[in-house]
Design a protein around this ligand. Structure first.
Ligand code: NAD
Length: 303
């Protein structure tokens, strides 16, 4: 049995679909605070990981830990809410794993742990987050490494670039489409539009988790998972406008030296040699990921 915390959310929901398609039994651990998608063949344990760690898991060998509040922007305002969902929840999850003799925990971390770093950013680059979200992911990684060293749990921290695609719960692609649906004549862009980042398509993101669970044989490690290319916010706007057949005026809200919000890392491109040397690489580029995500959100996800 495989357990997925946050299995009713965006990435967790897709991971559940894929694992069930591959014949696995899946248990979703989720408080349904933001997630709404519960695969009919999955077992749902409705549980708030902030509240404690008394949860019996029979026969679970692997946990994918995806439950969190994934919004970098709000982490700078609602820091306690984020601490509880990102740090306290991760501590409780690790206690649940320890008490139930779970062998492997795979943690959805983030490129935000690096802050504004060298480009492309390898895993050994200094850890200097500039958002609470990034800080709390560092704390999650540290706890997983500690539990791995001290309790023998195999741990994998996956430092994702931006993940996009059908059913995405937040982020620039969803935000632009919603704004253009409300008012097709103008598009508000947070920052100067020149922020440039790497994106991966949801199917690649899910595939990388399953790949690492199978092919990483060590005790604990961190892996960057992103694309070789990157794309500006202005280029994302252009792709979405092409797909929606609109020509809106751009209105820039540029008050933070080009950043979209406090804590926004303006330039992000990960060096993914560590995972590619194990034999994995994404199928879609950043721009193809954004284009397909736009189509998924406009026309509905194909699956
Ligand atoms: P999401 O918000 O769609 O899903 C999160 C899920 O966690 C939801 O179903 C929610 O109900 C659940 N949850 C929240 N708090 C909980 C709690 N206390 N107890 C139990 N369940 C709880 O987010 P997502 O985009 O699917 O992100 C999944 C993971 O990947 C998160 O850890 C996020 O930080 C990380 N991540 C996401 C991206 C991205 O681009 N989406 C990038 C890097 C890392």
């Amino acid at each position: 049995m495989i357990a997925i915390t946050g299995g009713a959310g965006y990435i967790g929901g897709h991971l559940t679909d894929t694992l069930i398609d591959e014949g696995y039994d899946v248990m979703i651990i989720d408080d349904l605070s933001s997630g709404t998608y519960v695969h009919p063949k999955a077992e749902l344990k409705r549980f708030d990981l902030r509240g404690g760690n008394d949860l019996k898991l029979d026969g679970v060998d692997v946990i994918y830990h995806l439950a969190a509040n994934p919004d970098v922007r709000t982490s700078m305002m609602d820091s306690i809410e984020h601490f509880d969902r990102d740090v306290k929840a991760t501590f409780n999850l690790l206690e649940i794993a320890r008490k139930n003799d779970v062998k492997t925990v795979i943690f959805a971390s983030s490129s935000t742990v690096y802050g504004e770093s060298r480009i492309p950013t390898p895993e050994w680059a200094p850890i200097k987050p500039i958002s609470n979200y990034g800080l709390f992911k560092v704390m999650g990684e540290d706890m997983l490494r500690f539990y791995s060293n001290n309790y023998g749990i195999r741990g994998i921290s996956v430092r994702y670039a931006n993940v996009t695609g059908g059913r995405v719960s937040h982020g620039v692609v969803k935000d632009f489409i919603e704004k253009l649906r409300r008012d097709p004549s103008k598009l508000e862009i947070l920052g100067n539009g020149k922020q440039r980042k790497s994106y991966i398509y949801i199917e690649d993101a899910v595939d990388s988790l399953i790949f690492l669970e199978s092919y990483y044989k060590g005790k604990y490690d961190e892996f960057n998972v992103g694309n070789e290319d990157w794309i500006t916010v202005n280029e994302i706007a252009q792709i979405i406008e092409e797909e929606m057949k609109l020509k809106p005026a751009h209105v820039y809200k540029d008050e933070l030296e080009g950043r979209g919000w406090k804590g926004d890392v303006r330039f992000m491109l990960l060096d993914c040699m560590k995972i590619t040397s194990l034999g994995w690489r994404p199928r879609l580029t950043s721009s193809d990921a954004v284009r397909l995500a736009t189509r998924d959100l406009i026309h509905g996800y194909r699956k």
